[in-house]
Write a protein that binds this ligand. Sequence first.
Ligand code: KG4
Ligand code: ZN
Length: 344
Amino acid sequence: MRVLGIETSCDETAVAIVEDGADGRRCLAHALSSQIIEHQPFGGVVPEIAARSHLNRLDKLVGQAMAEAGLRYEDLDGIAATAGPGLIGGVIVGVMTAKALSSVHRKPFIAVNHLEGHALTARFTNGVEYPFLLLLVSGGHCQVLEVRGVGQYRRLGTTLDDAAGECFDKAAKMLGLGFPGGPAVERAAENGQADRFSLPRPLKGRAGCDFSFSGLKTAVRHVAEALPPGSIQPQDANDIAAGLQKAIVAHIVDRCSNAFAMVSGERPTMFVVSGGVAANTALRQALSDLAADQDVAFVVPPVDLCTDNAVMIAWAGLERLALGLTDPLNFKPRPRWPLDAATV
Ligand code: KG4
Ligand code: ZN
């Protein structure tokens, strides 16, 4: 089975083709174009610029992916696209393109939830079996899910305010470290002293596995404002970055350690982490230690498949198609689309 997938929900335009066959799962093509440079002057993603940029790039990327895979449209079994949640202008561009391809080439259309894409990546990359415990930690989301199968999610906890990546990004902006903030904070933290400034540990000791990052963001602002007037010195920024990274990692580990006791079904044997923030080395190390304590295997997909990409959308589309889960051409793109409607 071969599926073409399209991702346009944020600031990456991407098209991939994946195959699941007798000799295993393979990515046949992945064409990805990041818009980081276009959004950099604004210190964050500007939805209108993102939508126009997806529109300008997507056709070409579809052509590139087909050429790279050396396929004709009749060789495909389905066309998938992120149909939400995300910046709606971009989502519409991806969905309309996928519907057009599906209609012209008479292939099933599969509307993929972007979060399901992140959730199922580890099945493509590491052959992870259901059920598993998933931490999804990105620029727009921070949640823990019990994953029992395609479309079978139970959300154990989520953020009460900002996502973890948002906290990295906003703090980086305040410290003048640039955009995107996560990698910038990680680099600055390498030369910083984490204990110079004391930052809070949100929800410490509280039951459950909800997250909260807005207090940390405010604390960073207070610490920065308390420094002598004038621009923040590089060493100050490094020390605050190190303190922030340490606090975020401690918070995520604390909340995830509660999640293991909250699983209602069969105890998962794997702990999977996905989303852009999973690129953070300190976080990966701490979560790997937590998994060892809990006696479960720890799985993180390769970094380029943790951040937004189209391979995960093609793969989630393929898993859905294999179960006969296709969608009509009047499917409406969704700016909000929780994975687990029951707990929202
Ligand atoms: O999954 P992703 O590419 O896009 C969303 O769906 O949000 O995640 C992007 C987020 C950004 O907030 C970025 O700052 C963060 O992931 N990020 C990191 C690192 N690399 C990317 N955060 C911390 N450390 C990193 N090394
Ligand atoms: Zn994402």
